[in-house]
Design a protein around this ligand. Structure first.
Ligand code: TTP
Ligand code: MG
Ligand code: MG
Length: 437
């Protein structure tokens, strides 16, 4: 296994914090319009939307994991004797006509010397997450369109990152640098046009469609290139003499409605390069929680506080990993008779600091247990009201120092395990309950 992927989930965040921008000799791809200037952006405020899609994704990860597969035809989907289909074929395999969704037996007949692998889905997940987090560095508006592709809205980010074309190029370089996978990018004023563009010069391509050129760009392409046009739609269109997207664009909305119902009109607008749909933000986690059922029911305060400290640290580490801060902290208590309650409080400001989360939850516990007689069976810590990390403060504060300390501990624990560093409180818990094993 490539060491790189082996440790991928550990280094993911480091890589994002310290982006490497080493120059790479990557083919810069073709531009549909050689004039890459986006001077008109300031005047017309055209949207600048990228569609980024990784090339031969599963097969490329296999090649990155095992360098002996580099440059070889690789087919992911299973052994050739199997009854499955190809999920991904490297571009070296595509030369032989092998494509996704083709029966493996047929792929084998086309290219018996290809390397057939079952695939490693957990690595595809890791690579996908790392890919998405690279995109997150350039825009808050990143909408995944599948495991290996996403739309990125760069509108208005020129002052920060420079022209969108350069950002597209940097993203491609970083994906190669950090994942050893080539990415193809389409850049235009809409999702639909960028999606078509990213597919046009695969692999390792970058195609930019200038504002105002959308319809002309699409017109000569076969209708199958348009999202939403599958084999059936293609057949119907062929039946009425439509083969190119330009022919489709010329049909009236009412005629398209007759052919395809409501979606017909939409197809017509897409064919003209008209698509105002926004890049949706990702459905993010709304809360983070960790709880623990105690090894025995208890009312022992130091023990319960130690456990809450441990859970606060877990929640805090997850917040820092997600680069989020929380405004609301909640305590969950389940008593021995299974009565369960949640108490929450709002913090003065959003935080990702273990000590502040613990402080809030400890206070809630003290209040909750004042005068309580029932033994506690489970405790939990939950944070919500999540928001992106605040901007840097001008002057370093106590909080900044605490946060730096927490992050340093996160790093140590990633390498040496949770037990490597403990506070007095959690040590007390470990001695008594052995909970961290
Ligand atoms: P795609 O991006 O459609 O294909 P790809 O990345 O393999 O190749 P391309 O260079 O043309 O983008 O799909 C991404 C992954 O999804 C692909 O690597 C494997 C999986 N997949 C399947 O399992 N079955 C399929 O039929 C398709 C199309 C994809
Ligand atoms: Mg792909
Ligand atoms: Mg894809």
């Amino acid at each position: 296994m490539g060491k790189f992927y082996h440790e991928a989930h550990h280094v993911a965040k480091l890589a994002t914090l310290h982006p490497s921008h080493r120059h790479l000799d990557i083919d810069s791809g073709v531009g549909y319009n050689k004039n890459n200037s986006s001077m008109s952006d300031g005047v017309h405020m055209h949207r600048r939307i990228l569609h980024v899609d990784l090339d031969a994704f599963f097969a490329s990860v296999e090649q990155a994991l095992d360098p002996s597969l580099e440059g070889k035809p690789v087919v992911v989907g299973g052994k050739p004797g199997g009854r499955g289909v190809v999920s991904s074929a490297s571009y070296e395999a595509r030369v032989f006509g092998i494509r996704s969704a083709m029966p493996l037996s047929r792929a084998y007949r086309l290219c018996p010397q290809a390397v057939f692998v079952d695939g490693h889905f957990s690595y595809y997940r890791i690579a996908s997450q790392r890919f998405m987090s690279i995109l997150d560095d350039y825009s808050p508006h990143v909408e995944p369109g599948g495991i290996d592709e996403a739309y990125v809205d760069l509108t208005g980010s020129e002052a920060l990152f420079g022209p969108a074309h350069g950002v597209a190029q940097r993203i491609r370089e970083r994906v190669w640098d950090e994942l050893r996978i080539t990415a193809s990018v389409g850049l235009s004023t809409s999702k639909v046009v960028s999606k078509v563009a990213s597919d046009l010069d695969k692999p390792d391509g970058l195609v930019e469609v200038m504002p105002g050129e959308e319809a002309a760009f699409l017109a000569p392409l076969p209708v199958r290139r348009l999202p939403g046009v599958g084999p059936k739609t293609e057949q119907v269109l062929k039946g009425v003499g439509v083969a190119a997207i330009g022919d489709l664009a010329a049909l009236s909305p009412s005629y398209l409605c007759c052919l395809f119902g409501k979606t017909g009109a939409l197809l017509g607008s897409w064919a003209r390069g008209e698509d105002g749909s926004p890049v949706e933000e990702r459905g993010e986690a709304r809360s983070i929680s960790r709880c623990a059922t105690l090894s025995r029911d208890t009312l022992d305060r130091p023990f319960l506080l130690g456990m809450l400290r441990y859970l606060s640290e877990k929640v805090g580490a997850e917040l820092r990993r997600m680069e989020k801060r929380a405004r609301v902290v909640a305590l969950k208590v389940r008593y021995a008779d299974f009565e369960t309650l949640t108490r929450q409080c709002r913090l003065r400001g959003p935080t990702d600091i273990d000590q502040l989360i613990f402080g809030a939850v400890a206070e809630l516990l003290q209040r909750q247990l004042a005068g309580a007689a029932k033994l506690v069976r489970l405790v939990g810590v939950e944070v919500s009201g999540l928001q992106a990390e605040a901007q840097l403060r001008l002057l370093p504060s106590v909080e900044d120092r605490l946060e730096r300390l927490d992050r340093a501990l996160d790093g140590l624990r990633l390498r040496y395990g949770y037990d490597a560093v403990q506070t007095g409180r959690t040590l007390a818990v470990q001695r008594r309950a052995g909970v961290f094993s």
